[in-house]
Design a protein around this ligand. Structure first.
Ligand code: ARG
Length: 491
């Protein structure tokens, strides 16, 4: 796609230069002079809203079909419009279409070209329509497509995580709270936590999609139209569930974009947390994983370095995605009904955030699929830091029937004793244990290993390898069924 560098897009010395004749044939009728160069530059959105070209053409086909159906244009006009739009589609796809800043946006670029190609019939297309309902429709269609595409990307990342989780269903890692060793968990369980998060992300996008799926077309500028249009027809043709109910709301609502950006922000926050963990895990002091060469970079000065740049950039791009949400909320918050040109600034944040989120999902998936897990090292750390102290306390409760609070206190004493000697809990002798609680027997040692601790966590949602295997398999089966669906309602 080429953007014609319009002679007036570059400022001349005088910033108030105007053209003698208004070049905009779409709305220039009541104007004698053209816009100043600055006006044209600030006003033009074609550089970014050309992204909507397919949706714009699709909307125009549907609108024209409806106009012919209700008798507002002839069958011949309709045929010419369909043909003209198809030709323009080819032109844009092949890159030969010349976009013009003077024509402001994608809607007027396409409409002007249509009239250029087919004459009168092209000029009839805008009957009973305004750019306000047109852009609202195009943008909803675009966001809907983006949701469907992201939905597939998220499902694919979930699949990568679930299959890794299945593989590591019994491999221990230290579970942290406050980033302090807390209790052993399995690496599979940890990965499945992200699958749950991503599943909610799909759910949020599916909710957004359901609510956005109403067609604004036919709301016209703000008040509806006096022409006998059939809004059910255009809505159905564009695969919307129904037409919007209030014309003022239809042209001024950008909730769908905000909901979408909110869902992306939460998704990005999840990816960023995971990226942060990956960065920690592949640092030398952790050494839990090794990223593949495909997802690391070297340092220009330190030859030994393997930097997790992809994970760092996922973490950083989250800033841009959340910024997009805050930016658009700020654009919208002071606008009186109905449409205001401020709303033209709604698209870039959505396009930018979509591109970033798509890239982040792909990068995370690549890192997960390629990741080498240092299971032995994780096992060592899972055992460190008195990670089975809770298991000891639970034994005192279960076997000696001590109140948990008392058991907690005794265990604390035993941890302090072991710490003083710089040994693990399992290395304390039975006599040393009995100094704190005479009822303790040899049986206590059976709960102090990492594997015993893991195996005991069979409560629903717990980290026992048996649970993790079942959960991982459940996700793999579910994802197999749903990843090709357009809306991720249950996976
Ligand atoms: N390019 C405009 C936008 O994105 C289209 C709507 C223009 N409407 C108008 N009344 N000037 O918002």
């Amino acid at each position: 796609m080429k953007t014609k560098t319009h002679p007036h897009t570059l400022f001349s010395n005088s910033s108030h230069n105007t053209k003698s004749d208004n070049p905009n044939k779409q709305w220039g009728g009541r104007f004698c002079g053209g816009p100043s160069e600055i006006m044209q530059t600030i006003n033009a959105s074609i550089s970014f809203d050309k992204t909507l070209w397919q949706q714009d053409i699709r909307g125009s086909h549907a609108h024209a079909e409806m106009l012919a159906h209700v008798g507002l244009i002839s069958a011949d006009d309709l045929a010419a419009i369909h043909q003209g739009l198809d030709d323009i589609y080819q032109e844009i796809e092949s890159g030969s279409f010349i976009f013009s800043d003077a024509l402001e946006d994608i809607h007027m670029n396409i409409e002007a070209r249509l009239s250029e190609r087919i004459g009168e019939a092209g000029k009839r297309l805008h009957t009973a329509r305004s750019r306000n309902d047109q852009v609202a429709t195009d943008f909803r269609l675009w966001v809907r497509d983006a949701i469907d595409s992201l939905n597939r990307h998220i499902a694919s990342l979930m699949q990568a995580l679930a299959s890794k989780a299945k593989h590591h269903a019994a491999d221990p890692m230290p579970g942290f709270t406050h980033l302090q060793t807390a209790q052993p968990v399995t690496f599979g369980h940890h990965l499945l936590a992200y699958v749950e998060m991503l599943s909610r992300d799909r759910g949020r996008l599916a909710d957004t999609r359901r609510r956005l799926n109403e067609c604004p077309l036919g709301s016209a500028a703000l008040a509806g139209t006096s022409f006998p249009i059939d809004r059910q027809m255009t809505s159905a043709a564009l695969d919307f569930d129904r037409p919007t109910a209030n014309s003022l709301d239809a042209v001024s609502d950008r909730d769908f974009a905000l909901e979408y950006l909110s869902a992306l922000s939460i998704l990005a926050m999840h990816l960023s947390r995971f990226a942060e963990e990956i960065i920690l895990w592949c640092s030398a002091p952790f050494s839990f994983i090794r990223l593949s060469d495909a997802f690391t970079t070297g340092s220009s000065i330190m030859p030994q370095k393997r930097n997790p740049d992809a994970a760092e950039l996922v973490r950083a791009k989250t800033g841009c995605i959340i910024g997009s949400l805050v930016g658009l909320l700020t654009v919208m918050k002071g606008l009186p009904l109905a449409y205001a040109k401020d709303m033209q600034e709604d698209k870039q944040p959505v396009f930018t955030a979509t591109e970033a989120a798509t890239l982040c999902l792909a990068a995370m998936e690549g890192m997960v699929r390629d990741m080498h897990v240092h299971t032995q090292n994780m096992r060592v750390f899972a055992n460190a830091g008195y990670s089975t102290a809770t298991d000891l306390a639970d034994w005192l409760v279960r076997v000696l029937k001590l109140p948990f609070r008392t058991a907690h206190h005794i265990t604390g004493k035993l941890v302090a004793k072991a710490e003083e000697k710089n040994i693990t809990l399992a290395e304390l002798s039975l006599a040393e244990m009995q100094e704190e609680e005479p009822g303790i027997t040899e049986d206590i040692y059976s709960v102090l290993t990492v594997d015993a601790s893991l195996a005991s966590r069979t409560s629903m949602g717990g980290t026992a390898p048996h649970n993790v295997r079942i959960q991982a398999q459940k996700w793999l089966t579910l994802l197999d069924d749903t990843s090709t669906e357009t809306t991720g309602t249950h996976a």
